[in-house]
Unconditional design. Structure first.
Length: 264
C-alpha cells in the first residue's frame, strides 16, 4: 500500500456503514426515503461466491421493495457532495439511478467488486475500499462547487430553512447555489431541504403521534404541509407510512434489495 492509501480515511466521506442480512423464505419490505445521499451497495450471495457492487444515487421520491432470498449486503452511505472525487461523476448523473460500479470505473470497478466479495468481514471490506478510493481521489478533479454545496448542506441540516438565506450566508446568488447544489448533491437545495424536514418528521414520529407538534418541530408550516410532503415524496400519508410492514425506515437498510427495482 502506498503512502497516499495508508493515510486515506473513509470516515471523511462515509457517514454510515452497516451489514444487512436477509433470510431465505422470509420476505422483508425495505424502503429508501428521498435524500441527497449516494450509497455504495455490496451484495453477496452463496456465502460470497457471487454478488455485485452498485452505486445508488440520490433520490427525489421514496422507493419501496419486497426482498426475499438469502443474501448479505454491506452498505456505505456517503456524505453529500463527494460523488465527483470518489466516483468520478457528478451526483446529478446518479439521481434516481442505481448503477453498477463497473459502469462508472470500467475494469477497475470489476476488479474491486471481486476483491470486496472475497473480503472476510466489514473491516476488510472497508480496508480494500479505502485503498481503491485513495487511488480514485488522486485521479479525479473536485470542482469548487462541491465544497460550496457541502457548506450549504451543513446549513440546511442545521438551523437554516430558506435557500435564499443560505445563499446569502455563503456570499453567492441563489441561482449559483442551485447550480452547484444540483451538480454536486444530485438534487436542488429546496428539494434537499424538503428531505431534511421529512426525515426529521419520521424520527420525531418514533416517539410521538402528535402530528401538529411533529410538523412544527420538523420545520413545516403546519400539519397539512407535512401531510402534503408525505403524499408527494413517499406516496403515503404519515400514519400509513409508519404502519407499513412495521418497518423503521432509515437511510441505510433500504438499498440492499433495490438493484432488482432498477432492472438488475
Amino acid at each position: 500500500m502506498d503512502s497516499v492509501a495508508s493515510t486515506f480515511s473513509l470516515s471523511r466521506f462515509v457517514e454510515d456503514a452497516r451489514v444487512v442480512m436477509s433470510v431465505a423464505g422470509r420476505a422483508r419490505q425495505l424502503a429508501r426515503l428521498p435524500d441527497g445521499r449516494t450509497t455504495l451497495v455490496i451484495r453477496m450471495f452463496d456465502e460470497g461466491r457471487r454478488g455485485d457492487v452498485c452505486v445508488a444515487g440520490p433520490r427525489t421520491r421514496a422507493l419501496f421493495k419486497n426482498v426475499t432470498g438469502d443474501a448479505r449486503a454491506v452498505i456505505l452511505q456517503f456524505k453529500p457532495g463527494w460523488s465527483a472525487p470518489l466516483l468520478g461523476v457528478g451526483a446529478s448523473a446518479l439521481t434516481d439511478r442505481i448503477v453498477p460500479l463497473e459502469d462508472l470505473w470500467g475494469h477497475s470497478g470489476s476488479d474491486l467488486c471481486h476483491a470486496l466479495l472475497a473480503a472476510r468481514g466489514l473491516p476488510e471490506v472497508l480496508d480494500r475500499l479505502s485503498q481503491a478510493m485513495a487511488l480514485r481521489t488522486r485521479q479525479t478533479f473536485e470542482p469548487a462547487s462541491a465544497r460550496l454545496a457541502r457548506r450549504a448542506v451543513r446549513l440546511l441540516e442545521g438551523d437554516e430553512v430558506r435557500v435564499e438565506r443560505v445563499a446569502a450566508r455563503l456570499g453567492v446568488t441563489a441561482r449559483h447555489l442551485r447550480r452547484a447544489f444540483t451538480e454536486s448533491i444530485g438534487i436542488g437545495p429546496k428539494d434537499f431541504a424538503r428531505t431534511v424536514r421529512l426525515r426529521r418528521a419520521v424520527r420525531l414520529a418514533e416517539t410521538s403521534k402528535d402530528w401538529g407538534r411533529i410538523a412544527a418541530e420538523a420545520g413545516y408550516y403546519d400539519q397539512s404541509h407535512l401531510i402534503a410532503d408525505f403524499r408527494e415524496l413517499i406516496g403515503l400519508t404519515p400514519g400509513t407510512f409508519l404502519k407499513r410492514a412495521g418497518e423503521r425506515f432509515g437511510p441505510g437498510e433500504a438499498e440492499a434489495g433495490f438493484h432488482d427495482a432498477a432492472g438488475r
